[in-house]
Design a protein around this ligand. Structure first.
Ligand code: ZN
Length: 67
């Protein structure tokens, strides 16, 4: 990945402990995210230092929603 695609957004989940959005380490293009299959993943959470299991229903693209 030499070049940065500006359409690539960080895939975030919400930490169930702190309620903060945390990056999963994945990136996705919003145009293809909806159709992209994502299995069960794990992320080492920088907010609470625990490991969270997450699947696509838990994930959102950075900048796509604010709550
Ligand atoms: Zn957490």
């Amino acid at each position: 990945m030499a070049s940065r695609d500006p359409n690539q957004r960080r895939v975030m989940i919400r930490c169930p402990v702190t309620g903060r959005a945390v990056p999963t380490g994945l990136t996705a293009d919003p145009a293809t995210w909806a159709a992209r299959p994502i299995g069960l993943n794990r992320v080492s959470c920088p907010e609470c230092k625990q490991v969270h299991a997450w699947s696509k229903k838990d994930a959102l693209l950075e900048g796509s929603a604010h709550s």
